[in-house]
Design a protein around this ligand. Structure first.
Ligand code: GLN
Length: 477
């Protein structure tokens, strides 16, 4: 059977593989061929692995033995900050040039066990700091819907790889929106799981209390299939939540949901008009299907960005202290150890990373710790309580994923503050630890090009299934 990579989604590919219409080797070859040719323009992949065929052959063996599952033979792109044993991993930073991962991240181990085929590593903002992939030391990734625009970030390479039919799924990481926002910019699905649902073991830490690994796929069912495989308790991550605790949080399944909309937050100034129109249409659509739309109040959500941009750099500055030229990657030698550190870090880290290290070090320094870091942590608690209250009134909460559609390359890169403001709808989920999904909700036209828009849903802790249920309905719009 002729393989049409554009039409393939995980669910369909699985049926074809199971039915013997094509083999995993044939599928991997077809997707890889398309990925390699598109990548010349798109720069979504930093590298294609040299053992793709071997992996696919193993997947075919699993089909023969009858041990294949939904992800067996499915081609994946992997964000450059998730460790794959024996492969280069740089988090798109010069400081990790030449670094080879010495073990598999737990999420990778689980994908491998499921028979997934890892095609290569995907571009990203350096150390996941950014919302456009422009902070990569490997050059920007292009948005497959308009080459003049960014794919979003920081998992821009992962989202573009899926959107350009260069993978059927990708892994990204999300600290403040880095799976969902590129998902919405590229017209694909992105899930940030509940904090503690997916092991962070083998994910290069950005801000440890916010980071989660999650899937980027073409469909909601695809995201669900990946989540089901990569989630679960892992003793290698002390913040991973035991299954019995997760189980207790799960609400019973409903046919019709009450969807809360924090109206004063969503309809605030600065949100693009087309985004608002599309969001309202999407709500109308869900209402017609029988769901209830209810205005709710999350009064402290407006402080999310301020809290995030204190907590995140504080944790990042601490996590990045380990890159000193001695332990990993690059070394720029000076006359003594201190000079080695300074030179290596000066040359190895890009501008945005240095900005956040300085910011983080500042808010953690004695004298400022209480004024900034402790205040931000207090605000975070207040936001968590807002969510708790809101989930008493509504089953889930909806907002647009991003206040704007994909912006032009260079449009915001000189203005970090305007880049940070674009994270307004995504950071609350990370601060509260709740799961959130971005689902394609329509398009808007800019300069003759159709640009995707995304709608975001938040659910209570460990209620990803709720997000999949509503996402599958919206997807039909
Ligand atoms: N854009 C956000 C930031 O720059 C989110 C990053 C992320 O989720 N990794 O911090």
């Amino acid at each position: 059977m002729e393989i049409n990579v554009h039409e393939l989604i995980i669910e369909k590919a699985h049926k074809h593989l199971l039915g013997g219409d094509f083999t995993a080797v044939e599928l991997a070859e077809a997707v890889l061929k398309n990925a390699e040719s598109k990548n010349k323009k798109m720069n979504a992949y930093l590298e294609f692995y040299d053992d793709v065929k071997d992996q696919a052959e193993e997947a075919d063996q699993m089909f023969k033995k009858g041990t294949a599952g939904m992800l067996t033979g499915i081609p994946f792109a992997i964000k450059d900050c998730i460790l794959v044993h024996g492969k280069t991993a740089t988090a798109s930073s010069k400081i990790l040039e030449g670094y080879t991962a010495t073990y598999d991240a737990t999420a990778i181990k689980k994908l491998k066990k499921a028979g997934a085929v890892l095609l290569g590593r995907a571009n990203m903002d350096e150390f996941a700091m950014g919302g456009s992939t422009e902070n990569s030391s490997n050059g920007v990734t292009k948005n497959p819907h308009d080459l003049e625009r960014v794919p979003g970030g920081s998992s821009g390479g992962s989202a573009a790889a899926v959107a350009m039919d260069g993978a059927l799924a990708a892994l990204g990481s999300d600290t403040g929106g880095s799976i969902r926002q590129p998902g919405s910019f590229c017209g694909v699905v992105g899930l940030k799981p509940t904090y503690g649902a997916v092991s962070r073991y083998g994910l290069m830490a950005m801000a440890s209390s916010l980071d989660q690994i999650g899937p980027i796929t073409k469909t909601v069912a695809g995201a669900e299939a990946v989540f089901d495989v990569i989630s679960g308790h892992d003793k290698m991550d002390s913040t991973s939540v035991p299954e019995e605790v997760a189980e207790k949080c799960k609400k019973e399944k409903k046919k019709k949901y009450t969807i809360g909309v924090p109206a004063d937050f969503v309809y605030a100034e600065g949100v693009d008009e087309d985004v608002i129109v599309n969001f309202k249409e999407s709500l109308q659509y869900l209402k017609k299907l029988g769901h209830t739309i209810k205005e709710i109040s999350l009064p402290n959500l407006k402080y999310s960005l301020a809290a995030y941009y204190v907590i995140m750099p504080a944790e990042a500055s601490t996590n990045l202290a380990r890159f000193d030229g001695v332990r990993f990657g690059l070394l720029e030698e000076g006359n003594n150890l201190l000079e080695d550190y300074e030179k290596t870090r000066g040359v190895g880290f890009g501008k945005e990373v240095r900005r956040r290290i300085m910011l983080g070090t500042y808010v953690l320094s004695s004298g400022y710790y209480d004024a900034y870091y402790n205040k931000a942590v207090a605000v975070r608690n207040v936001i968590q309580n807002d969510f708790k209250k809101a989930f008493k009134e509504a089953d889930m909460i909806a907002t647009p994923t991003s206040p704007v559609p994909a912006f032009k390359i260079g449009e915001k890169s000189g203005d970090p503050l305007s880049m940070y403001l674009a994270d307004i709808f995504t950071v609350p989920a990370n601060l509260a630890g709740v799961p959130a999904i971005s689902v394609p909700s329509g398009t808007t036209v800019r300069e003759g090009k159709k640009l995707p828009l995304g709608m975001q849903f938040f659910a209570p802790h460990f209620n990803e299934k709720m997000l999949f249920a509503i996402g599958k309905e919206l997807e039909k719009k």
